[in-house]
Each structure stands twice: as C-alpha cells, then as structure tokens.
Design a protein around this ligand. Structure first.
Ligand code: ADP
Length: 328
C-alpha cells in the first residue's frame, strides 16, 4: 500500500443513481479498514467549492446500503467548469489535507475530475454511478440494474391495463443518448418493439410490425421508446403517427420519468457498488490515479478516465435481433 495517502475525500456528482449510497459506504468503510481518514464532500463539486464537508467514520454510514438517492447529495455545478471555481475547490482540498479524491458519478463528473487532477495533481479515481449504463470501461454502472427492475415492474403493471382494454401502449424510458435501458427492459418486459437512439428502426417498420401482430391475433401491445429515439420524434408524436395509421388500436402513452432514478438499490447494484468502493480505495492507496473502476467479465478493472469518457459504450446489437425474433 502507498502510505503517502493519509486522508481521502469522497463525493457524489451529476445524475443520482440507486446504489450510490452503497458505494459511499464502501469507500468510507474501506478507508477505515486501511486506517485512512475519510472526508465526505456534500453536493458534489459545489460542496468542494463551498467547503461543505464532514469527517466520516465506519459508523457514519450505518443503514444506508439499502437507501436510494445519495446521502451526500448531488449537484450540477457550473462554477467547477471555470478555472476560478476549481481553484476555490482546491482550497478546500488543501485546508482538509485531502490527498486523494473518489468521485462517484457519470462522464461529466469524470471530465471535471480529470481536469481537476491535471491542474492540481490531486490523485482522483472514478466510480461509475448512472442509471444509463453509458460509460465505457464497465459492463454495468451503479444504478442501472435497479432502474431496469423499476422499468419492468412499471411495464408489467401497464401490461395489465393494456390487456384489459385492448390498448397499444407507448412507454417512454430514460436514455437520451443510450438505449441500454430501453432494449434490456423491453426484452425483459416482453415489449412488441423497442426504439433506441443507436439505430433508426423506422416508423414504417413499426407500423408493419404492429399490423402483423394484430393480424396474428394480438389484441394489445407495448412499445418501449428511449427518450432520445433516433427517429427524432418524441413518444407523443410517434403515438400520434401510429394512431392515425392504425385506427383499430386505442393508443396510450406513458412517460416513466424520474421514478426510474429512485428506489432501493437491487442486490446486484449493492454488491457492485460495494466491490467498486473497496477497489477504488485499494487502487488509490496503491498509487493509481486518473482511472475509473469497472466490472469486466465478473472482475474489477481500471480504465483511464480519458478513455472512459472518450470511448462510446456500445449497446449489444444481438439484443435487437432477440427482440425482433421474440416479437413474431
Ligand atoms: P454526470 O456526471 O452524471 O454525467 P454532469 O454532466 O452534469 O453529470 O456533470 C456533473 C458535474 O461535473 C457538472 O455539474 C460539473 O460540475 C462537472 N463537469 C462536467 N463537465 C465538466 C467540464 N468539462 N469541466 C469541469 N467540470 C465539469
């Protein structure tokens, strides 16, 4: 272990995700295990600028592993995008003699961390926390599995009412730039079609598919649409187009929205967050910096922050085929 690190800071930043608390707990407890002091920074980079900090010990994180959101709060901080803001943030780092920083967040937070590291040479390590699963260097981000479970739970309920009224439901899920949630939850919830940002499946194809399934005896259907669908149309415009062309369907729209971010983390996310928190502290103490922890084939790995930010995380194209085959 690198003994030069005596005190680490931890913060959560950007969009919140279920399991962030489990990650905070793991960071704080690992620090305690390795006899390193841990300072929590509240409200992400804003708290670093405003010196909103608290010394943590192993008991400070009791009973949070099961809690959604983040007890450290999160924030979008414009000031941190300026050199002046980051200078101010570094004053807090100096004041508390923090010599390593763990940032739990998404690619925006990692971009900030990387710039901060290059300007002030403070070692930083990232833990990917976002429901979108859109970060290169890890097969799963913290919160993604919980969000998937929340979405399929909601769609199961929508299915009950869709069947009872012979309705066609368009369900919008989160994913402005990435279709991971739409594609996986779509398959998991048995959706007829899935529209995602990565592929333009075309509205005509959707029409044909719905016509075909109507002919084959389906009386209700569910179509899952990611917020950023490639067609460029939003869920209401798509629903209107279909309703005009398929008058025999009674069409309804459901936008799941922010509920997808909330809730108690799944067991998968708790275990993932725990492993990532431990590995992040161990890696920091071993001298790693400017890297993100990730899960790869069941193992913990490190990826340079720059690569994690700049490389696009790909969706699994095989899943599109699976979805197609199963909507026969
Ligand atoms: P996420 O981490 O979920 O992608 P954001 O994109 O909102 O969320 O980023 C979180 C925070 O990271 C921002 O509010 C800002 O403080 C910081 N950040 C993002 N991009 C930069 C940047 N280019 N320079 C400095 N800080 C940044």
């Amino acid at each position: 272990m690198n003994t030069t690190i005596k005190r680490i800071g931890v913060l959560t930043s950007g969009g919140d995700a279920p399991g962030m608390n489990a990650a905070v707990r793991a960071v704080v407890r690992s620090a305690s295990y390795f006899n390193v002091e841990c300072i929590a920074i509240y409200q992400g980079y804003q708290g670093l600028i405003d010196d909103k900090t608290k010394v943590m010990n192993a008991r400070s994180v009791n009973n949070i592993i099961n809690k959604g959101g983040t007890i450290l709060k999160s924030a979008r901080c414009l000031e941190f995008r300026t050199k002046e803001g980051r200078k101010q943030a570094f004053e807090t780092i100096k004041k508390h003699e923090i010599d390593g920083l763990v940032v739990i967040g998404g690619d925006g937070s990692f971009t900030g961390a990387m710039i901060f590291q290059s300007e002030f040479k403070i070692p930083v390590i990232g833990i990917p926390g976002t429901i979108d699963n859109d970060i290169f260097g890890t097969s799963h981000t913290i919160g993604y599995d919980t969000a998937l479970n929340t979405v399929i739970d909601a769609i199961d309920k929508i299915r009950d009412t869709a069947i009872s009224h012979n309705r066609l439901f368009f369900v919008e899920v989160m994913g402005r730039d990435a279709g991971h949630i739409a594609l996986n939850a779509g398959i998991g919830a048995g959706a007829e079609e899935v529209l995602i940002p990565e592929e333009n499946l075309g509205l005509e194809r959707l029409l044909e598919s719905l016509q075909r399934s109507k002919k084959s005896g389906k009386s209700s259907s569910i179509v899952v649409i990611a917020e950023g669908d490639k067609s460029g149309k939003n869920v209401f415009q798509i629903a209107e187009h279909i309703e005009k062309n398929l008058p025999y369907y009674e069409v309804r729209v459901s936008v799941l929205g922010h509920m997808q971010r909330g809730g108690s983390p799944s067991c998968f996310d708790r275990v993932l967050a725990s492993r990532m928190g431990v590995f992040a502290v161990e890696s920091l103490l071993n001298g790693s910096s400017n890297v993100m922890v990730g899960l790869d084939n069941g193992e913990m790995i490190l990826t340079p922050l720059e690569k994690a930010i700049k490389t696009k995380s790909e969706i699994n194209k095989n899943l599109i085929r699976v979805s197609d085959i199963l909507s026969v």
